[in-house]
Write a protein that binds this ligand. Structure first.
Ligand SMILES: *Cc1c(COP(=O)(O)O)cnc(C)c1O
Ligand code: SF4
Length: 396
């Protein structure tokens, strides 16, 4: 059955916190101050399983427990397998490390020329500007540093990062991440974006943030003004399940969009959360309804203690196959694996090319029907050699 994506079915409102004055509820600082951060608090709100209780008890050693009241409301307390619950309520299994798992699964630490800058691709950098988030995702790739439960002691060094970018002219694209950059104060963000904009070789600035999803109240008119002033600033949000698409998130996306911020979404494919085609279809349709273009769908990284959430990579390929051609092309994210050990993002696609012969390329369409596209002449070798040249590695 097709889920019904019409707006009347989207969640909204104060839920369990109906007694809180709306001006508090809508204040992002109130939401942060009233986060659920302990086993004792969580137990007053949910019937926890033994697994979850064990997860909460150990969370302080791995990745902090924190859930904003707003986001907590999206959990159906009667469903122990709720897809929002699985993302933010710790489980004991997080403390079991499978042999293939790694603390730094995508090899970021060895690509840091200065603390907080991950320079893997020649022309773009990841700039880690904080180690804090509004809530913590149990499968976080950066759980080694995020929330500081593992004593990594990441201290964002904005000046050192800015200086590295100023002095490295091949950087044309800066991606602010963390932790969550939108937890920085307005003043800090204004300064940071302003400084980046002054660097002539920085053409493209983007922010990766789950704040619109965990804490849409943070998207204030003042914040939107900052983006308007320093634009174009692009943003990738992080929604995994259609239940996270609320009227509040939609409004936040609308404000960002009207401030000139093009929006993309990054999802992680997670077992028991979104690893089926119907859930994914509903999610990507709702994203388009919020002016958000699905960008990447990630295979879950081999982060320590994530085995219970990881899927078989073939599931992702099959999910994409079941959607491609059957829905709006704009709705389709690129499925990727961020290569273990630091190879960067590698696309995984269903194969539509059956074979290539001397005179035709033989293709299958989305319905499985076969088509021939004739080939005449030869590929210009000068085109190929340019495209195939391995990119020079950044020097540091
Ligand atoms: C994901 C990522 C980027 C950005 O990659 P795009 O494919 O351009 O979105 C840049 N640097 C690092 C280290 C990354 O992990
Ligand atoms: S919001 Fe991003 S950085 Fe923060 S815990 Fe979730 S995945 Fe990790």
């Amino acid at each position: 059955m097709q889920p019904n994506d019409s707006l009347q079915n989207w969640p909204s409102g104060q839920g369990r916190w109906a007694d809180v004055p709306p001006e508090d509820w809508k204040n992002w600082k109130w939401q942060l101050k009233n986060r659920i951060t302990s086993l004792a608090q969580l137990e007053t709100l949910l019937d926890l399983s033994e697994e979850e209780r064990a997860g909460c008890e150990l969370a302080g050693k791995k990745l902090a427990l924190a859930i904003t009241p707003y986001f907590f409301n999206l959990i159906n307390p009667d469903d122990p397998e709720d897809p929002v619950r699985r993302q933010v309520v710790p489980q004991g299994a997080e403390h079991t490390t499978a042999p293939e798992e790694l603390l730094d699964p995508v090899g970021e630490d060895e690509h840091q020329p200065v603390k907080g800058i991950v320079h893997r691709y020649p022309d773009r950098v990841l700039f880690l500007v904080t180690d804090r988030c509004a809530a913590y995702c149990r499968y976080c790739t950066r759980s080694r540093l995020v929330s500081n439960a593992q004593d990594y002691n990441f201290h964002p060094e904005l000046e050192t990062g800015l200086e590295y970018i100023r002095n490295t002219p091949q950087i044309r694209d800066v991606l602010l991440s963390g932790g969550d950059p939108l937890l920085l104060s307005d003043n800090k963000l204004d300064y940071l974006l302003g400084e980046l904009r002054k660097i002539p070789h920085v053409e493209f600035v983007r922010i990766g943030s789950r704040i619109p999803v965990f804490l849409p109240q943070r998207v204030t008119p003042e914040l939107c003004d900052i983006f308007r002033r320093h634009g174009p600033v692009w943003m990738s949000i992080h929604v995994n399940h259609p239940n996270e698409c609320t009227l509040e998130l939609r409004e936040a996306c609308e404000k960002l969009s009207f401030a000139g911020v093009p929006l993309g979404n990054q999802s992680v494919l997670l077992k028991g959360v979104n690893n089926n085609a119907e859930t994914m279809r509903s999610l990507i349709h709702r994203l388009l309804m919020m002016r958000v273009r699905p960008y990447y769908l990630y295979q879950c990284d081999l982060i320590t203690g994530s085995a219970h959430l990881r899927t078989d990579p073939r599931e992702g390929i099959e999910i994409i196959r079941s959607l491609r051609g059957h829905t709006t092309g704009y709705a389709l994210p690129q499925f990727v694996i961020d290569a273990p050990g630091g190879g960067g993002k590698i696309p995984l696609n269903p194969d539509y090319v059956e074979s290539i012969t001397e005179d035709a390329i033989i293709l299958r369409n989305y319905e499985g029907r076969q088509f021939h596209y004739p080939i005449r002449g030869q590929v210009d070798p000068s085109v190929l050699s340019d495209l195939m040249e391995p990119a020079p590695l950044p020097a540091f």
